[in-house]
Design a protein around this ligand. Structure first.
Ligand code: C5P
Length: 309
């Protein structure tokens, strides 16, 4: 559909978990987390136009074939939740342009939801403000509040209780994308299984479910060399078990000059931290030369924002 001039255009970023400590599964099915998110320069663009009902179209620079277009779609659910809680009777058409890999562990679906909330809030004049939007975001998913927030932030609880973290300068990342996505609930479940069988180091993170001070200091200093050795992802063991090729990608990136590599969130995207833009370009080129899809991004970047209304 051609975009109408009365569309509200909102852009929201994808994220990398620079640190992802996973605790035990809670009674609500979620795991307690101590995580640090960084929003990076891969974006979801959402255009919201007035409509009688609720409808959706999805396109983008990444493979969008895995995106649900029905009631499971998180952006559509976001729009409906906002309408219901504010008593708005109008509908919306959402046109989503995806730049964040689908089912890649980078919070693309969450970014869609965050962008849809901000766009519909502006379109309908519901004016919920940051607190109101945050509360709705947390009801939609654990990563949705962070995409609203952006920057660099510590996440506790399910990952939805956010505290901004000071991060100086910019970090240059190279992402290796996968054709096949991974299911987040399955990866969390696999980690539980590994831990139940004593095969994954549960307890470094679970006994002290806290982001290390050294990591927060490294972010503050803006020094990628300081940050690299303290990055960690408890979900990595589970993701790699499902996808042994990720281990190969991790080893290749390090050999090519990345400071460190980590699986992003529940994977399968692999994120390499590099010493700066030049090093990132060289790692990206070498990874591409092996036939992989590699992108150079940087962070931190802003959270969901209105670009035109
Ligand atoms: O909140 P969201 O719908 O994005 O989470 C997807 C799934 O990931 C959850 O249903 C749950 O299985 C798992 N998850 C978890 N603990 C978290 C976040 C997500 O177990 N803190």
């Amino acid at each position: 559909m051609a975009r109408r001039t009365d569309a509200v255009h909102v852009r929201a970023p994808g994220k990398i978990n620079v640190y992802l400590g996973v605790g035990p599964r809670r009674d609500d099915g979620y795991h307690a987390l101590a995580t640090v998110f960084q929003a990076v320069s891969l974006y979801e663009d959402v255009y919201a136009t007035p409509a009688d009902g609720f409808s959706l179209e999805v396109a983008g620079s990444v493979d969008v074939s895995g995106v649900p277009l029905d009631e499971r779609n998180l952006a559509l659910r976001a729009a409906k939740l906002l309408a219901k809680t504010t008593g708005v009777s109008a509908g919306v058409h959402l046109d989503i342009r995806k730049g964040v890999p689908v089912a890649g562990g980078m919070g693309g679906g969450s970014a869609d939801a965050a962008a849809a909330l901000v766009a519909c809030d502006a379109l309908w004049g519901t004016d919920l403000g940051p607190r109101g939007l945050h509360d709705l975001a947390a009801r939609l998913g654990a990563d949705v509040p962070f995409s609203l927030h952006g920057g660099t932030a510590v996440g506790t609880g399910r990952g939805d209780e956010l505290t901004p973290a000071l991060a100086r300068g910019r970090f240059d990342w190279v992402l290796v994308l996968s054709e096949q996505g991974l299911s987040t609930p399955e990866i969390y479940g696999r980690l539980d299984d590994l831990r139940a069988h004593g095969e994954a180091l549960a307890d470094d993170a679970t006994t002290v479910l806290e982001v290390p001070i050294a990591l927060l200091q490294a972010l503050r200093s803006g020094d990628a060399r300081e940050l690299a050795p303290v990055m960690l992802n408890d979900l990595e063991a589970a993701a790699v078990l499902d996808r042994p090729d990720l281990e190969l990608a991790l080893a290749d990136g390090l050999r090519m000059g990345a400071l460190t590599g980590i699986v992003s969130g529940s994977g399968p995207t692999v994120a390499f931290l590099t010493a700066g833009p030049e090093s990132a370009r060289s790692v990206q080129e070498e990874l591409r030369a092996t036939g992989r899809e590699a992108l150079h991004v940087h962070g931190p970047v802003a959270g969901a924002q209105i670009l035109s209304a």
